[in-house]
Write a protein that binds this ligand. Structure first.
Ligand SMILES: Cc1cc2nc3c(=O)[nH]c(=O)nc-3n(C[C@H](O)[C@H](O)[C@H](O)COP(=O)(O)OP(=O)(O)OC[C@H]3O[C@@H](n4cnc5c(N)ncnc54)[C@H](O)[C@@H]3O)c2cc1C
Length: 463
């Protein structure tokens, strides 16, 4: 029997989720086939090397927020080397009234910062005594106004949410979008009290690997996805797979696809989808229309990333992770990463590599601007905000994502219920990717590892 025609698991999508799941499944001894519609693995992760610059089209960095992320790099060994950002990455700047202010990192700076009003700074002392929320669907905006105050919403949470979700705190539901923050209030009754108590709680060795460290991979994030692809084995990844359709079958699932002008049919007891919610109706045509509509209600933020590389930087000192722009300030960019200041070898010596972000849920039109207008706007913003006389860079690249970041809002309850119902009804089918379990790279790595473990256990139980 050709194992490639009857693998244990078929995975749709060779992004970080699909590749990580395939890597773990392979290590657990399962036969896997990954079907990828694109002509390369990696999904939105794509690193370019040009003229002394190393830059990303999609994500630039992640946070090692789950032990699974650190462990994946350990396991990959020589296939890919983890790169931890240098300490500059701990410094975050926020734009207020025409200048950058460092986000406070300690008590003194928290008292001195002009970012928050004196009233809200005083109010912070009563935070541990405020009652905890009772609405499980409370938005982030309402939670922050209830516990912290308007200036913390405008000058900390709003820009932070722009940086992570390109989102709107008035639409994101805390329980789904920031589950750790939700749990902090629910379990400890207070952010401050919870954070302090957690410091003294014992943490097992494995959980210590979950940190706030900012990571990339040496040579760029494609080294991670290429390393995974190499470890999985090229024969197990089918590129340019078109018209992939999954249907239930006596063996579990039958998957039809086309590549290189030929049609193929393979079967497997397990199928894992890692694709965007909008692709699901075509991939899984046998599901009820109601299930599809509950899942496709998930909204995504449109984001445009502009890469600017300078061989000789003559603007302000870039000794930070980057700058975030609160929506209240009404500038045209969401923020800018000073990538070369915290990652190695991203720009020539004396040069700088910047990633500028536009659009998001609050200003989607800016992500769509035609190239000339976009260029003029970004030059103007960079000139004024990073104090550079001549903003024209040596390299300028635009990467647009109409559906960049899923927004875990009120519709999440229905979506997660639909996913769980489908998985219960069609045993062996797993709906994964960023449609659930978090939007960051570490979330994707953790989810993929969990899925691999569940499938391996289920298969072992059936033997
Ligand atoms: C612009 C941008 C910036 C980001 N910034 C950060 C960041 O700073 N930090 C962070 O942690 N995360 C960030 N993220 C999120 C992070 O990149 C993602 O969570 C992660 O890379 C998604 O991986 P994935 O495999 O789930 O999805 P994807 O990378 O989207 O992979 C899905 C794959 O499925 C394939 N596919 C689609 N349809 C089919 C089909 N019918 N058949 C077969 N294959 C199909 C696609 O071609 C793709 O390769 C960012 C994302 C974007 C877009």
């Amino acid at each position: 029997m050709n194992k490639n025609n009857n693998p244990d698991v078929i995975i749709a999508g060779a992004g970080l989720t699909g590749l990580t799941a395939a890597w773990h499944l392979g290590k657990m001894g399962l036969e896997v086939v990954v079907l990828e519609k694109n002509n390369r693995p990696g999904g939105v992760i794509q690193t370019f090397r040009e003229d002394g610059f190393v830059f990303e089209a999609g994500p630039n960095t992640g946070v090692l927020s789950h032990p699974e992320a650190a462990e994946l790099f350990e396991e990959l060994g020589d296939l890919c080397k983890l790169e931890i950002a240098n300490p500059d990455a701990k410094r975050r700047l926020i734009w207020k009234s025409g200048e950058w202010q460092a986000l406070p990192a300690g008590l003194i700076s928290a008292i001195k910062t002009p970012l928050f009003t004196p009233g809200d700074k005083l109010r912070i002392f009563s935070e541990p005594f405020r009652p905890k929320g009772t609405d499980p669907f409370e938005t982030l905006e309402r939670l922050v106004l209830r516990r912290l105050g308007r200036s913390y919403l405008d000058y900390a949470v709003d820009p932070f949410i722009s940086g992570i979700y390109a989102g709107d705190p008035s639409k994101l539901v805390t329980r789904y979008a920031l589950p750790k923050l939700y749990a902090l209030e629910q379990n400890y009754g207070s952010f401050i009290g919870g954070a302090l108590r957690k410091k003294f709680e014992s943490v097992d060795e494995r959980m210590k690997k979950a940190t706030k460290d900012v990571f990339s991979a040496e040579g760029g994030l494609s080294s991670l996805t290429d390393g995974l692809a190499a470890g999985i084995g090229a024969g197990r990844i089918v590129l340019n797979a078109e018209n992939t359709i999954v249907n239930p079958h006596k063996e579990g699932f039958r998957v039809n696809y086309r590549t290189g002008g030929h049609s193929f049919e393979i079967t497997a007891p397990y199928v894992v989808s890692t694709v965007d919610s909008q692709i699901l109706p075509g991939l899984l045509p046998f599901l009820r229309e109601q299930d599809h509509s509950d899942i496709t209600q998930l909204e995504y933020a449109a984001v445009t990333q502009v890469i600017m590389g300078y061989k000789n930087w003559k603007g302000m000192e870039l000794n930070a992770f980057g700058g975030l722009v609160p929506s209240k300030e009404q500038r045209d960019i969401l923020g800018v990463l000073f990538t070369s200041s915290f990652l190695n070898n991203r720009a020539p010596e004396d040069g700088a590599l910047l990633s500028v972000f536009l659009g998001g849920c609050k200003r989607p039109g800016l992500a769509d601007l035609e190239e000339d207008k976009l260029k003029a706007l970004v030059y103007k913003e960079i000139q004024e905000m990073l104090r550079v006389k001549d903003p024209e860079p040596d390299i300028f690249r635009i990467f647009r994502y109409k559906r960049a970041i899923p927004q875990y809002g009120r519709s999440s309850e229905k979506r997660l219920k639909a996913i769980s119902n489908i998985e219960n009804k069609y045993s062996g089918l797993v709906l994964a990717g960023a449609i659930r379990d978090g939007i960051g790279m570490a979330d994707r790595i953790r989810q993929a590892k969990n899925i691999a473990e569940v499938i391996a256990k289920d298969k072992a139980a059936k033997i």
